[in-house]
Design a protein around this ligand. Structure first.
Ligand code: DC
Length: 236
């Protein structure tokens, strides 16, 4: 396949990561979860007792101490914070809120966006986040805005956490998602919004397999190159 870049944006819990990961595996693209990078910065802050929201300067002052590494294994992206595998540690509700707070900081974004652009130069990627279509990869071959209703997204997060054996409260998850939606879409730096050339995909009423098939079809239509032989279980 020629070098391509697929950009996927959307709100928290819309299924961006799981859908993009499956599409990457089927089409031979490298999957890059940029949210995990913001989460790693938040984890660094938490581990070092930094209050991101009330004292962002302390985080800015220590940005040079944060080294984020990404490897691509069988299971998808493995993320390293200063050499330590933190893939399993960055999915807690505390890190989720911290990541949203870290993501409003201009200096944090500058550091991570530079890394993300380099990754897309080196490999054919499907990259998901909030600002990928409009800012990180404005010349991406394919742009998708993946979304779902707040209720559908909260249900999915709830199920995901329960399956991992974590105790969680649905109303708290929903409130966190609403907080992050508000934070992510009203911040000054690269707020979450659908750019006009991004194809909207609402997954509220789609199964996971249907969402994957739809995204693959969009990529194929836009690039004419993607191999969609593995299309799963389509509705229509
Ligand atoms: O996709 P996620 O839930 O793992 O992202 C965690 C937070 O990071 C989210 O609240 C918004 C922020 N983020 C961002 O601002 N820009 C990105 N490209 C990716 C994530």
């Amino acid at each position: 396949m020629k070098h391509i870049a697929v950009a996927v944006d959307g709100p928290a819990g819309a299924g961006k990561s799981s859908v993009s990961k499956a599409v990457a595996a089927d089409l031979g693209l490298v999957y890059i979860d940029t949210g995990a990078m913001y989460r790693s910065v938040a984890l660094f802050a938490i581990q070092n007792g930094i209050d991101i929201k009330n004292d962002p300067q302390s985080l800015i002052d220590r940005l040079d101490e944060i080294d984020i590494g990404i490897k691509h294994g069988e299971e998808g992206q493995i993320i390293y914070l200063n050499g330590v595998d933190v893939t399993g540690k960055i999915r807690t509700p505390q890190v989720s809120v911290g990541a949203s707070d870290a993501a409003v900081i201009k200096e944090v974004r500058q550091k991570l966006v530079a890394m993300q652009r380099k990754m897309a130069e080196n490999d054919s990627v499907i990259m998901d986040g909030r600002d990928i279509c409009g800012y990180v990869l404005p010349n991406a071959d394919v742009k998708i805005f993946l979304t779902a209703s707040v209720d559908a997204r909260s249900q999915r997060r709830y199920k995901e956490l329960r399956e991992k054996g974590e105790t969680c409260d649905f109303e708290k998850i929903k409130a966190d998602i609403e907080y992050r939606d508000y934070n992510d879409s009203t911040r000054e730096e690269s707020p979450l919004k659908r750019v006009s050339d991004a194809v909207p995909v609402d997954t509220s009423d789609l199964t996971f397999n249907e969402s994957v098939a739809l995204v693959k079809r969009i990529i194929e239509e836009k690039t004419g190159k993607a191999d969609t032989s593995g299309v799963r279980n389509e509705k229509q």
